[in-house]
Design a protein around this ligand. Structure first.
Ligand code: PBG
Ligand code: ZN
Length: 319
């Protein structure tokens, strides 16, 4: 029998035996980008997060870089939505413009982009509508075109979040065909239909105008399905697989970590962020403590990468 408290006696000892640590290398900070200039719009349900036009975004990125940040994930919000999501693959669209701006000023800063059509479709679904449902195979070429547009603008990672079958393969083929052999494909492989996306849909103006996303996003009651989805995406060419949301899905992160040999990303989504912000505003929880505890839990569960709206503040708190 041992006195296990012995290793907890001092901060130095505790640090020495700590199994899991967080650093800037772990984080990806999402940014929302809108068309136009001189825009910095607040998002009611996500205090501290803004929608920036590309010219103002560059200042926000600079701040993040100064805080030690190394990577971002871009979400575009176009002015014009239609039934073909035409702005999603427009060469001068909001995301390509933002990528070019960022890469010009910060060539080493990693830029990942979300690839999905919902913010660009007038109906708000993640694919092409046909006979009242989202048509999987009709959606694939549009996603491939969108990913290619981002690659041409200079992004490092494309991250498809639509949950159509075979989109990873289709996007990989398109990128390779055009010579973008080194653009990384981070698949939202395990994405559940979740109430935790609520604040994001306000931020990105991407709520479905009718129905829900349950015919393409996964049922949160299922865990074996996560393994199935991740393995197939890897086979199709995914370099990194993601689990989303994160905090309520640590079991899924842990199980994927055991079963796949590629990096696993965890996306701590908008609802997770907003819940902490709301409780912290009321002084019901200590914000920095609860954020670092939550992010550490994701890493402890097996995440190699954490996508979180808290990234910039977490870096400040980590010191
Ligand atoms: C687009 C997309 C969503 C999120 C990331 N990409 C919304 C959705 O699927 O409805 C959610 C991110 C968040 O809540 O922070 N498909
Ligand atoms: Zn979508």
């Amino acid at each position: 029998m041992k006195r296990y408290r012995r290793l907890r006696t001092t901060k130095t000892l505790r640090n020495l035996v700590r199994e899991t640590t967080l650093s800037a290398d772990d984080f990806i900070q999402p940014f929302f980008v809108v068309e136009g200039t001189q825009k910095k719009e607040s998002i009611a349900s996500m205090p501290g997060i803004f929608r920036y036009s590309p010219d103002i975004l560059i200042g926000a990125v600079e701040e993040y870089v100064k805080a030690g940040g190394e990577a971002c994930l871009l979400f575009g919000i176009p002015e014009k939505k239609d039934a073909a999501a035409s702005q999603a693959y427009a060469l001068k669209g909001v995301v390509p413009t933002a990528i070019q701006r960022i890469k010009k000023e910060f060539p080493d800063f990693l830029v990942a982009t979300d690839v999905c059509l919902c913010a660009y479709m007038d109906h708000g679904h993640c694919g092409v509508m046909h006979n009242q449902t989202v048509d999987n195979d009709k959606t694939l070429p549009l996603l491939a075109k969108m990913a290619l547009t981002h690659a041409e603008a200079g992004c490092d990672i494309v991250a498809p979040s639509d949950m159509m079958d075979f989109r990873v393969q289709r996007i990989r083929e398109e990128l390779d065909k055009h010579g973008f052999l080194n653009v990384v494909l981070m698949s939202y492989a395990v994405k559940y239909a979740s109430a935790y996306y609520g604040p994001f849909r306000e931020a990105a103006d991407s709520a479905p105008q009718f129905g829900d996303r349950r015919t393409y996003q996964m049922d949160y009651a299922n865990s074996r399905e996560a393994v199935k989805e991740a393995l197939q995406d890897i086979e199709e060419g995914a370099d990194i697989v993601m689990v989303k949301p994160a905090l309520a899905y640590l079991d899924i992160i842990a199980s994927l970590r055991q079963k796949v040999n590629v990096p696993v990303a965890a996306y701590s989504v908008s609802g997770e962020y907003s819940m902490i912000k709301a409780a912290a505003e009321k002084n019901w929880v200590n914000e920095s403590d609860i954020v670092l505890e939550s992010l550490t839990a994701m890493k402890r569960a097996g995440a190699d990468i954490i996508i979180t709206y808290h990234a910039q503040e977490a870096l400040k708190w980590l010191g």
